[in-house]
Design a protein around this ligand. Sequence first.
Ligand code: NAD
Length: 295
Amino acid sequence: MQLLDGKSLSATICQNIKDQLSSYPLTQRPALAFILIGNNSASQTYVRMKKKRCEEVGIQSETIALPETISEKTLIDTIDSLNHNPSIDAILVQQPLPKHVNTERIFEAVDPKKDVDGLHPLNLGKLLIGEPTGFFPCTPLGILKLLEAYKIDPKGRHVVIIGRSNIVGKPLAAMLAQKKPYCNATVTLAHHFTQNLTEVCLLADILIAATGHPHLIDQTMVKPGAVVIDVGITRLADSTQKIKIVGDIHFDQVAPIASAITPVPGGVGPMTIAMLLSNTVKSFQNRRPHLKIVK
Ligand code: NAD
C-alpha cells in the first residue's frame, strides 16, 4: 500500500512558489484577501492556516472579519470594494456563510479574475468545458495534482466520488471526465440518495469520499487494490475529550486492502491550501503579464 503524502507534496509546491516569488521585485507580491464571517471556530482555524502558508511563501494576505449578522448587501459591497482594489489579486470568502445570506449570489459577486476559490459561475462553466484560463476549485485541483504526482492515471478507470457539493464532488467529477492528461475517467457521482452505496463503491478503481460523514467507508465497500482518496474532515472528541480529526474512510480497515490511500490529516487538506496559493499566483501573474523576473 502506498501512502499518498499530500503534506510532503504540498511542501514541495509551496517551496516552488516561494522560489518563484523571490525572483520578482520586492515591491511585487501577490495579495490575497480573506473574508471571514462570524465566529465559527473551524473557519477561523482554516483562515489562520491559509494565512500562515501565505506568509511562508511571500504572499501578502489580509483578513476582513465581519459579524454573523452582516446583511447580504453589505457583504456584496465589501466584496465589490475588493474587486475594485488594484492591490488585491485574489479574494476568498470562507464558507460556511450565515444562513440568511444567499451563497450563490455571494460567489457571483466576486470578480471571476480574482476568484481563486473557483466558485464563480463563469469559472465553473470554464471548468465544465475544459477551458484552462479559469480558476478551478482548490480541493478538486489538489486531488488531481496528487494523483498526477504519484503517477496514478485515472484514464479509462472507474472513479466513484461520494458527495456532490459545488466545492468538491461536482467540479471533481467534471474535471476527471475531461479529455485531458490524467483525466479521461469514467465517473460515478454518488450522494445521499444513492441506492446500494456499497455495491457502487465496490465498482471503483479510484474511490473518493467527500461527505463529512466520519468513517462512512469501511473495508466491505472497497475493491481490493483500489486507490482511495479521503476528502472528509470531522473533528471528534475521543474518550479523554481530546479532539481528533478523522476522515470519511475507516483508514485502519481500508489501508491494508487499498493500493494507495490518503491519510487524514496530511492528505487532501494540505493540497487544498497549496492550490489556493497556486491560484493566487496565477491571478497575480494574469494581472501583471509584463512582470520581469529579477536575476
Ligand atoms: P457538503 O455537506 O456540502 O456535501 C456533502 C455531500 O456528501 C452531499 O452531496 C451529500 O449528499 C453527501 N453525503 C453525506 N453523507 C452521505 C452518506 N451517508 N452517503 C452518501 N452520501 C452522503 O460537504 P463538502 O463541503 O463537500 O465537504 C465534505 C467533507 O469534505 C467535509 O468533511 C468537509 O469538511 C471536507 N472538506 C475537506 C476539504 C479538504 O481540503 N480536505 C475541502 C473541502 C471540504
